[in-house]
Design a protein around this ligand. Sequence first.
Ligand code: PLP
Length: 355
Amino acid sequence: METLTGIKITKTKHSKLDEADFSNLEFGKYTSDHMLVADFYHGQWSDAQIVPFANLSMSPTALCLHYGQTVFEGMKAFRMKDGRVNIFRIDKHHERFNRSLRRMCMAEIPYEIFEEGMKELVTLDKSWVPDADGSSLYIRPFMYASEAKFGVKPSDEYRFIIFTGPVGQLFPKPVKMKVEREYIRAAKGGTGSTKCGGNYGGAMYPTKLAREEGYDNVIWTDAGEHEFIEESGAMNLMFVINGKLLTPPNSDSILDGVTRDSLMIIAKDMGIDYEERPVSVNEIKDAFKKGAITEAYAVGTAAVASPIGVIGIDGENYQLPPVNESGIVFQMKKKLDAIRCGTAEDINNWNTIVG
Ligand SMILES: *Cc1c(COP(=O)(O)O)cnc(C)c1O
C-alpha cells in the first residue's frame, strides 16, 4: 500500500492492541503496531517506509554503539474531545531535532520524512491514542549512526526511526529535588542544548546518588560556579517568587523545551507577569526563608508540569506550599491541556490534526 506522500506501508498481521492494558499505561511499556524507518547513505535519504514494529539488526561495529552519534525527540499526540487526534507542535520538534543533529555532526532530516512520515504513522496507529485525562500517544523520533566501521569519525550512514506508544498521566504527586552542586549535566560550548543520548547517560550516576539520599531527581546548576539553576532531568524549571513567574533563559547548556516555550507563550497570552533570567541558588534559598516562593514546577513533554514539593540545597530541605489550583503554573497547564484537546482555541497553530 502506498500513501499520498509516497510512503510505503506494510501493515502488521498481528495487532498488539488487545494486549495493552489501557487502564494502566506505565510509561514506556507499550509500543504501537508500526514504526517509520528511513536510511541515509551515499549522501541522501532513502524513501521512508512504515513497517510493523520490530527489532533491529546491526553490525557490532555500527558507529552509534561506540561514539555516541545518537539523537532523539520526545513529543506527543492527543485525543481531542471530539475524538480527533492532534500532534502537538510537530514543526518545533522537527526544528529542534535538526538542531541536535547539526551539533552531533549528523545528517539532517527533511520535512517529508519527519513531519509527513509522522502524520502517516500516527494516522495508521490512531487506535493506539488513549483518551483518558492526561494520557497521550508518546512519539519517539530518533536517529543513530548506522555505518559499520570502527574508527572514530562522523558516520556516513544514518538510520531514522519513529515509533510511538500510549502513555498515562505521570507524576501525580509533588517531587523531591536535590540541587546538585558537585556533578554537572552540561557546560558552555557542550551538547547540553541537544537531545543526544550521551547527555542522559552522563546524568544517571548523580541522579542515582540523589535517589539514594531520598530525592526523586536533581536540579542541575551551572558548570562554572554551581551557583545558577539550570534544569532538571528531562524537564525545564519554573518558579513563582513574589508572585512573579521566573524561568532560567535558554542557553547552550539548557535544553530549549517545547513545553517551557509553550507555557511562556501562554503566560504572555494570559497577561501573566513573568521574567526569563538567571535564577541563583541563593535567590531560591532566600525566597524560602522569606516565604516568597509559592510555586516550583518541572516542565516537559513527559509530565507537562510536575509540581516540586521539596528542594534540597546543601543538605537542607526546603518545603513548598501544597499545590494550589489557582496557582499560576497550574492555570497555565490547564490552558495548555485545553488547547491540546480542542476545548480552547489554538491561536498559535500548535495542533496538527491527523483525523
Ligand atoms: C526533553 C528535555 C526537556 C523538555 O523538553 P520538552 O520539549 O518540553 O519535552 C528539558 N530538558 C532536557 C534535558 C530534555 O531532554
